[in-house]
Design a protein around this ligand. Structure first.
Ligand code: ZN
Length: 96
C-alpha cells in the first residue's frame, strides 16, 4: 500500500464515512453508585443500575428532608422579628 498524503488520507476518511466520536459526556464511563451516575443513566435513556438507583433515591430523600426541616424550622421558631433578624444576617453574608 503506497503512502498517502494528508490530503488523500482526509479524502479516504471522508469516503469511508469515518466520524469522530461525538461529545464528551456520552463517552465518559458512568460513575455508578452516585447521583451523577444516575443522571448519566437518565441522560442516556437507560435504566439505572441498582447502586445508581440507590444513590438517586438517597439524594432526593436527603434533599426533601433538608427542605422539610427548613420549612419546619421556619414555621415553628420564627417570630416576625426573628425572621427579619435572620434576613438581615443573611444579607450581611454570614450564613452558617
Ligand atoms: Zn449505574
Amino acid at each position: 500500500m503506497p503512502e498517502l498524503t494528508d490530503a488523500q488520507l482526509d479524502q479516504l476518511i471522508k469516503d469511508i464515512g469515518l466520524k469522530r466520536p461525538r461529545g464528551g459526556s456520552q463517552r465518559k464511563p458512568i460513575a455508578h453508585g452516585t447521583f451523577n451516575g444516575a443522571q448519566q443513566h437518565r441522560y442516556r435513556k437507560e435504566e439505572m443500575c441498582g447502586p445508581c438507583g440507590d444513590a438517586y433515591r438517597a439524594y432526593w430523600r436527603d434533599q426533601n428532608a433538608k427542605r422539610a426541616a427548613r420549612r419546619k424550622a421556619a414555621r415553628q421558631y420564627l417570630t416576625e422579628e426573628e425572621w427579619q433578624a435572620q434576613q438581615a444576617a443573611r444579607q450581611g453574608g454570614g450564613a452558617q
